[in-house]
Write a protein that binds this ligand. Structure first.
Ligand code: APR
Length: 242
């Protein structure tokens, strides 16, 4: 029996933004089918060819400015859950887009960074950034030129706010994973941590069973814009026939 006010931790991945028009990484039409991770998403790649890395992230930032790319029903449903669930809801996303924030989620951690932020390698400041980034740009905080990198956690780097995430996982009653293939650690290990450390109920919501599907107590499969709002309505005890 589920505790009606149990703390909830939700992990999202690229699948939740697919129906907003953003590509996932590992599906056949995904980003890693077109690009080599080692050429665009590692600290070494940025050292060897900063122009290529900048252009990869500039393209992705540009897509987010497309007026057609907006939060979908699944993003909105998670903001709705945060507002209306009587217990804590922490949303941890692996996504670097801003769609959860635009949908209204507030207790939100971008564990892999954010496309709309940059980090200065000179003074370490993190600043907002809307448009193209290049090797000639200056840090808004210290004025240093040529030291800005996208505020993205690359392969081989430590994801952000891990302590806060594990603290929430330790006391959650329900862990929900949405739209992620479960290939990238540490996020892929959250389900086992929630299960063993918190004895939490664990649910996967995805287009199809992921590689780690057997680690979850339950799975709900289908497009996120349908499955997530329906699941949130059920959690909030709303009558489906209203
Ligand atoms: N609704 C729900 N799930 C979907 C949908 C949809 N409409 N479309 C695709 N999916 C599912 C796919 O079946 C797949 O299991 O979303 C998942 C996306 O998996 P990945 O492409 O691997 O994306 P993600 O898990 O977020 O990747 C993790 O890898 O490259 C890194 O840093 C990058 O944060 C990213 C991390």
């Amino acid at each position: 029996m589920r505790d009606e006010a149990a703390p909830i931790v939700i992990l999202t991945g690229a699948g939740i933004s697919r129906e907003s028009g953003l590509h996932t990484f590992r599906d056949p039409d995904g980003i890693w089918a077109k690009y080599d991770i080692s050429e665009v998403a590692t600290p070494e790649a940025f050292e060897n060819n900063p122009a290529l890395v900048h252009s990869f992230y500039n393209d992705r930032r540009k897509i987010l400015h497309d007026p057609a790319v907006i939060p979908n029903a699944a993003h909105h449903a998670l903001a709705d859950l945060e507002q209306n669930w009587p217990g804590d809801v922490l949303l941890v996303t692996q996504n670097i887009d801003d769609l959860h924030g635009r949908a209204g989620s507030q207790n939100l951690i971008h564990m892999h960074g954010e496309l709309f932020k940059v980090q200065c390698l000179h003074c370490n400041a993190i600043s907002p950034w809307q448009d193209d980034l290049g090797s000639e740009d200056k840090c808004a905080q210290c004025g240093h030129k040529g030291s800005l990198r996208p505020h993205i956690v690359w392969f081989g780097e430590m994801p952000l706010e891990m302590e806060r995430i594990y603290r929430a996982l330790e006391k959650c009653g329900l862990f929900i994973s949405i739209g992620t293939s479960g290939n990238v650690y540490p996020a892929a290990g959250f389900v086992e941590f929630a299960h063993h450390q918190a004895e939490a109920e664990t649910i996967e919501i995805n287009l199809e069973p992921s590689d780690g599907a057997s680690l979850f107590d339950n799975g709900i499969y289908g497009p996120a814009t349908q499955t997530v709002p329906a699941f949130v309505d059920q959690l909030l005890g709303r009558d489906e026939n209203k």
